[in-house]
Ligand binder design. Structure first.
Ligand SMILES: Cc1cc2nc3c(=O)[nH]c(=O)nc-3n(C[C@H](O)[C@H](O)[C@H](O)COP(=O)(O)OP(=O)(O)OC[C@H]3O[C@@H](n4cnc5c(N)ncnc54)[C@H](O)[C@@H]3O)c2cc1C
Length: 313
């Protein structure tokens, strides 16, 4: 029977890749239309924005090798010193990783059931009947910790430690201009009480040319205080603050705000994954090791390895 992996972000895709290397099949369930989770790209007509993860670093040998593969395939490229971006979009590495895997998109898992024949997965549309007659040998939760806890509750299980995880939210502002915009750098970390980060998205390799696109991130304190406000009003407030901070008064041809509730892990579990070998269920994600793409990758691999080790004893 295959393994059910919930979530097609970097952690879930990395777990699936590691299982496949060991000859174990998986089915990935993803609630969105596309892959990559918070390594995301918003497309609006001819405009494109990386409104989640801005770039990634590669410190460990295995992730470095994978990033080198992505570069060879044209799915990633350097942006600045010792950092990379997906190319031509931040979702490109996830698409490359997902190739050849069995992935069900627009498929939100709502409940898990464990029975004598293995695990069954329920979605908003009802139980899923896929290969293995809808039964799975194990379940990997590759989703943010609060969402993983909610799914664990549906089968009366817990993975101790998961409740300690804390996230900071982030409100992202996307701006497009039909003329160049004067900024002191293509990426700027700010000490401002509202704005934490400004990136000239159109300076990233492989991006559509013809417009200047910017992504502006509010800091976690400000984002937390304003998370329930409407995206329309948040876009107006953040644009005003962007103008005050940078002195740019140009009128954007596009502006939009996105609210990330679980953006950056503030408190991680501190272990590479959580796994209940007896039940055959585990969880992985950046929340295990820290708020980075590479941490999500490492955690997915670690969970697959823990599962494989449990089956070989
Ligand atoms: C604004 C922002 C800026 C960031 N900047 C950086 C940066 O510069 N550098 C860096 O390294 N990292 C950055 N990060 C963090 C980085 O994006 C994450 O660490 C990493 O992408 C997490 O991967 P993941 O697989 O653990 O989780 P996710 O990417 O969140 O993937 C989880 C997936 O599960 C899916 N899902 C959730 N619930 C269900 C369900 N019930 N059923 C089916 N599918 C479900 C989601 O749709 C999603 O695709 C940033 C994140 C944000 C939001």
């Amino acid at each position: 029977m295959p393994i059910a992996i919930i979530g097609a972000g970097l952690a879930g895709l990395s777990a699936a890749r590691q299982l496949r290397e060991a000859g174990v099949a998986s089915v990935i369930f993803e609630k969105s239309r596309g892959l990559g989770g918070r390594m995301s790209t918003r497309r609006v007509d001819h405009l494109q924005f990386d409104h989640g993860a801005q770039y990634f670093t590669a410190k460990g040998a295995r992730f470095r090798a994978l990033v080198a593969d992505w570069q060879t395939q044209g799915a990633a490229a350097p942006w600045g010193e010792a950092s990379f971006v997906g190319a031509p979009a931040m979702t490109s590495p996830a698409r490359a990783l997902g190739e050849g895997h069995h992935i069900l998109t627009e498929c939100q898992v709502s409940a898990l059931q464990r029975g004598p024949d293995g695990w069954r997965i329920e979605t908003a549309a009802g139980p899923v009947g896929v290969e293995g007659n809808g039964h799975f040998d194990g379940v990997f939760l590759a989703i943010p910790a609060p969402q993983a806890q909610a799914l664990l509750a549906t089968c009366a299980l817990n993975l101790p430690g998961i409740e300690t995880v804390q996230y900071g939210p982030c409100i992202a502002l996307m701006l497009a201009f039909d003329a160049p915009i004067n900024l002191t750098a293509d990426r700027m970390k700010l000490e401002d009480p509202v704005i934490r980060w400004i990136a000239r998205d159109s300076s990233k390799p492989g991006r559509p040319q013809g417009h200047t696109t910017l992504v502006v991130h509010a800091g976690p304190e400000w984002s937390r205080a304003h998370l329930e406000e409407t995206p329309v009003s948040l876009a107006d407030v953040l644009l005003t603050q962007f103008q005050n901070v940078t002195g740019n008064r140009a009128v954007p041809i596009y502006k939009s705000a996105h609210r990330w509730r679980y953006a950056l892990v503030e408190q991680a579990v501190g272990t590479s994954c959580l796994f209940d070998a007896a039940a055959g269920i585990g969880a992985c994600g950046d929340w295990c090791l820290g708020p980075r793409v590479e941490a999500a990758f490492d955690s997915g691999e670690a969970l697959a390895n823990a599962f494989l080790a449990s089956r070989s004893t």
